[in-house]
Design a protein around this ligand. Structure first.
Ligand code: FVT
Ligand code: MG
Length: 340
């Protein structure tokens, strides 16, 4: 057999990239990125009631919990080593109003769940969503004027009250997901003023107006409230990327400790740009629609569930994420443990 190295590469045969790929030991030795349980944040849905484990149709494997059924989930996060649990509320429709004032009720669902979790499992990080959409009768993330426009500055006031109530309940990280201008600075000022100097802010800095949030809106029950309206007047246009850098810069100036890009898989380029430009703790949200796609394909036998799940999470690390919010967190943590 004759070889024609000059047709393959000028470096061949001195450089054979396949040498390092030949064995497991050398593949591990040269691996540039890997996923660890420390990278995972687990988003969960919590509602009033007892013994609740209500399946979310469009998110197989995800349920709405009441506090009593959430406690064992928190315990298993601790046991698996998942650092943070992120809470999203399912609010009783009778409590929803145009201003979403229930969001700042100190005796509301989220403050009660936060205090209970922190009392029982103080070492587990707890993160809360700062946004009005689960609480408003119209399903928007803020207060709307007579034309249906989401009013920025008054919404920021409401969000600051919501964040303060969460901090008072003892939450570790508040995560404003609303995309109002100036809300990080306003929330930081209120927290500092009230002595909550340790409360971290993870800013949803580049949150795009995405159709991938559909199953989440089923889960928290805001889809019906939102109806046919959209969030284009405050969430980012999927065509933009320089704008994401300006949004991140503003949130950092205003006092964010961590920033986020959302959704995840279709926006890995944004994640990479943000990480390279700022070198700050940067997170990605693998959102409900991304989860649903993988679950649906796996259920049909079209994709290998575990392999695709792990590959998708590794992709976030390669793109520069310091961590990932993912509904796969416990499954991924269990697999990582089994692989050790
Ligand atoms: N603030 C959270 C969302 O807006 C949606 C997340 C998801 O779709 O998983
Ligand atoms: Mg912004």
């Amino acid at each position: 057999m004759t070889t024609t190295p000059h047709l393959v590469s000028a470096d061949y045969p001195y450089a054979r990239p396949r040498r390092n790929r030949r064995d497991d030991f050398s593949r591990r030795l040269v691996r540039e990125h890997s996923l660890s349980v420390d990278d995972l944040i687990y988003p969960v849905f919590v509602a009033e009631g007892q013994k609740l484990q209500q399946p979310v149709g469009s998110m197989p494997g995800v349920v709405r919990h009441s506090l009593d059924t959430l406690l064992p989930v928190a315990e298993s996060c601790l046991e698996l080593g998942i650092p943070v649990l992120a809470l999203f509320p399912v609010i009783d429709p009778s409590l929803k109003t145009p201003e979403g004032t229930e969001a700042a009720n100190p005796d509301g669902l989220i403050p009660r769940v936060v205090s209970a979790l922190k009392a029982r499992y103080p070492e587990l990080g707890i993160m809360t969503d700062v946004a009005l959409d689960p609480y408003t009768s119209h399903g928007q993330d803020g207060y709307i004027d007579e034309n249906g426009y989401v009013v920025n500055d008054y919404t920021v006031e409401l969000l600051s009250r919501q964040a303060l109530v969460q901090a008072q309940a003892g939450v570790d990280i508040v995560a404003p997901s609303d995309m109002m201008d100036g809300r990080i600075g306003a929330i930081r000022a209120v927290l500092e003023d009230q002595g909550h100097v340790h409360t971290r802010i993870m800013a949803y800095s580049a949150k795009y107006a995405s159709a991938f949030y559909g199953p989440f809106r089923d889960a928290v029950g805001s889809a019906a409230n939102l109806g046919k309206s959209n969030k284009l007047v405050y969430q980012m246009d999927p065509g933009n990327i320089d704008e994401a850098l300006r949004e991140v810069a503003a949130d950092l100036r205003e006092g964010a400790d961590m920033v986020m890009v959302k959704p995840g898989m279709p926006y890995l380029d944004v994640l990479r740009r943000v990480k390279d430009a700022f070198r700050v703790p940067t997170y990605a949200y693998q959102v409900s629609g991304e989860y649903a796609m993988i679950k649906a394909a796996a259920a049909n036998g079209w994709l290998d569930h575990d392999k695709v799940m792990m590959e998708s999470l590794l992709g976030f690390k390669r793109a520069g994420a310091d961590g990932i919010l993912t509904y796969f967190a416990p499954d991924a943590a269990r697999l990582l443990r089994a692989q050790r």
